[in-house]
Design a protein around this ligand. Structure first.
Ligand code: OSB
Ligand code: MG
Length: 368
């Protein structure tokens, strides 16, 4: 399959509610979309890079620049038989996984469509619906936090993740547990702590959390291993795992007992699968994280989460958790038991609303 051209565009989309994490607060999302033109057909993908270099060093700006300057010139016009060949072409560029993943995932979607299969089936998925949860940002008050949790439970979400940071942790989780003793609950610190906080974080052990996500710095597998020895709560790594190699080393060290896989963070579906397999062989469950995606990235996440070792609910909430109107049709909606059905059409399985995309576009360029 030959990629004739790639269109890059940045949209401006307003989140229904501002999302606050230990990194800061976000109201507008600027999704970077890619459109591969192959044989007269369009294949969409989404780059999940953030607006600023907080979760990752990658940003919308850097991804645009790396795609245009280094990744796309090597692939456009070349006949690619499979994803291995694409990975080989991308390998000389160090890092920049989110930029690489946008193309790898769009190309995989194209391969699935070409094989006349839904993406989930093409990837080897084993489910027709995926279990999902919701990620709730830091709120101004405990009452607002409890209200937000209450309304998400009422909508049908069965797993609640809350963002924490120093000053918004043991007290907030304690208040949730008092009101909702039985819900499946977890916390995500986005690297807001250090190993000096081990005794403080151990106070979370009494709340029976499903897991504690990324308490320490992204590069710090050794301290995560030391922390895990002091906690009963399983540690899940997100930012720390950028590759299969990271996953192998984290598990060897005992740095985590769960892994959050975001295909963007690790360079795409192929690397996600390697991490999935390494974790599976070690008896460690994985789940699919989220990056406030539009329906395009969400379709990719849903497909990935159908692989067998995705054994915990993902941060793959319904379109309506994020956007007044998603850019795909049909939008993703929550169904019984807090699940999202897996699209059954070929390829990514959702139709991109091109007119809406056009209206939301703030920057575009075609690379030939
Ligand atoms: O740490 O998992 C995270 C969003 C943006 C960047 C990092 C994270 C998140 C979320 C939201 O937690 C997940 C989602 O609903 O998309
Ligand atoms: Mg996280």
């Amino acid at each position: 399959m030959k990629i004739d051209a790639v269109e890059l565009r940045v949209l401006k989309m307003r989140l229904l509610k501002p999302f606050r994490t230990s990194f800061g607060v976000q109201q507008d999302r600027y999704p970077l979309l890619v459109r591969l033109d192959i044989d007269g057909h369009s294949h969409w993908g989404e780059c999940v890079a953030g607006e600023g270099p907080w979760y990752s060093y990658e940003t919308v700006e850097t991804a645009w620049q790396i795609l245009k300057g280094y990744l796309l010139p090597g692939v456009i016009g070349r006949d690619l038989a499979n994803v291995d060949e694409l990975e080989t072409l991308f390998a000389p560029v160090r890092g920049h996984h989110m930029a690489k993943a946008s193309i790898e995932m769009a190309f995989t979607g194209a391969l699935a469509e070409h094989a006349r299969k839904p993406l989930a089936q093409y990837l080897g998925g084993v489910r027709d619906r995926v279990e999902t949860g919701v990620s709730i940002g830091i709120q101004a008050t405990v009452d607002e936090l409890l209200d937000s949790i209450g309304s998400h439970l009422a909508e049908g979400y069965r797993r609640i993740k809350v963002k924490i940071e120093p000053g918004w942790d043991v007290m907030a989780i304690g208040a949730i547990r008092e009101k909702y003793p039985e819900i499946t609950l977890m916390a995500d610190a986005n690297s807001a702590y250090s190993l000096d906080d081990a005794a403080h974080l151990a106070q979370l052990d009494r709340f029976g959390l499903l897991m504690l996500e990324q308490p320490l710095a992204a590069g710090d597998l050794v301290d995560h291993a030391a922390l895990q020895r002091q906690l009963r709560t399983p540690i899940c790594l997100d930012e720390s795992i950028e590759s299969a190699r990271d996953a192998r080393q984290a598990l060897q060290l005992g740095a985590c007992r769960v892994i959050n896989i975001k295909p963007g963070r690790v360079g795409g579906f192929a690397e996600s699968r390697r991490i999935h397999d390494i974790a599976g062989n070690a008896g460690v469950p994985v789940w699919c994280g989220g990056m406030l995606e539009t329906g395009i990235g969400r379709a990719c996440n849903v497909a990935l989460a159908t692989l067998p070792n995705f054994r915990l609910p993902g941060d793959i909430s319904a379109s309506g958790r994020y956007w007044a109107e998603d850019i795909v049709e049909p939008p993703f909606v929550l169904q019984r038991g807090g699940t999202i059905p897996v699209p059954t059409r070929w390829g990514i399985g959702v139709r991109v609303k091109v007119d809406l995309v056009e209206r939301l576009t703030v920057r575009r360029e075609t690379v030939r």
